[in-house]
Design a protein around this ligand. Structure first.
Ligand code: ATP
Length: 244
């Protein structure tokens, strides 16, 4: 394992956990495991921290299988078993349905809404009220732009979010971790690649925003940090407010 990458991600996670008070002793946490690098890294770190920190928590990994052919569910199960965890696989038709004629919306939109809903239902059934997701710093920036470009609003995903009258808490411990660092960590540690067979995986609006941002970042190394920081420094008095 590369100490440098480990330290960077560990520091970013520590900061997010601390600043947002994400995890308490005896928490029961569902980890939404997609098989992607982010959620695999998230699971790895949440597991690894347990040995070092004075608080205890339980982890339950859940994978919502979108129902495409060539599912990697069994391989993901085996991977979790090796780590000492049971993976709950929920076989659905969400991916297939979202790409069918039945759906008139954006496939990613419908699929992720159905997935999220099922994750909450399962967490509730199992008695887990925290849901850890693998969104990283780059995802948070991209969502800001996606929401501006396609929803006409300025908003993003919060590192910690209460839902359903605070019954559930979503936490995003990788909120301060950069995607390229996560990729590097996953590679250095030989994390398996669970190939996403979704037909929209490489053609989504998020992909377009990602490409747009990566071109912008190349023009000035400060831009990414500045965009991220700007989300903590909103000046409502310098926004448009027609009702005043
Ligand atoms: N099929 C799924 N089952 C369970 N959780 C999921 C699933 N898909 C996504 N998630 C959760 O939502 C987060 C964000 O989803 P997104 O679609 O951006 O994931 P991804 O890019 O496919 O994979 P990852 O974020 O793990 O690299 C994931 O990190 C994971 O925590």
């Amino acid at each position: 394992m590369s100490e440098k990458t480990f330290k960077k991600i560990n520091k970013a996670i520590g900061r997010a956990l601390h600043q947002y008070n994400m995890i308490s002793d005896k928490d029961r946490i569902v980890v939404g495991l997609s098989g992607g690098m982010d959620s695999l890294t998230l699971m790895w770190f949440l597991h690894e921290r347990l040995r070092r920190i004075p608080i205890d928590y339980e982890l339950l990994a859940i994978y919502i299988d979108p129902g495409f052919e060539n599912s990697f569910s069994e391989n993901l199960k085996a991977y979790c078993r090796n780590m000492g965890y049971k993976l709950h696989v929920e076989l659905t038709d969400y991916g297939v349905l979202s790409h069918s004629a039945y759906n008139r919306e954006n496939p990613c939109f419908l699929c992720s809404r159905l997935r999220r809903k099922r994750l909450f239902e399962l967490a509730d059934e199992f008695g887990y009220y925290k849901l850890a997701l693998g969104h990283n710093k780059d995802d948070i920036i991209e969502t800001l732009f996606l929401n501006m470009f396609y929803s006409g609003e300025i908003s993003t995903m919060c590192p910690k979010q209460f839902l359903f009258k605070e019954k559930f808490t979503i936490i995003r411990p990788l909120a301060y971790a950069e995607e390229n660092m996560i990729r590097k960590f996953a590679k250095q540690n030989n994390f398996p690649e669970f190939v996403n067979v979704c037909p929209s995986a490489s053609i989504s609006k998020r992909r377009e925003i990602k490409d747009f941002l990566s071109r912008v970042y190349k023009t000035d190394f400060r831009i990414k940090g500045n965009i991220f920081r700007s989300m903590t420094r909103v000046k409502p008095e310098y926004m448009l407010n027609p009702k005043t």
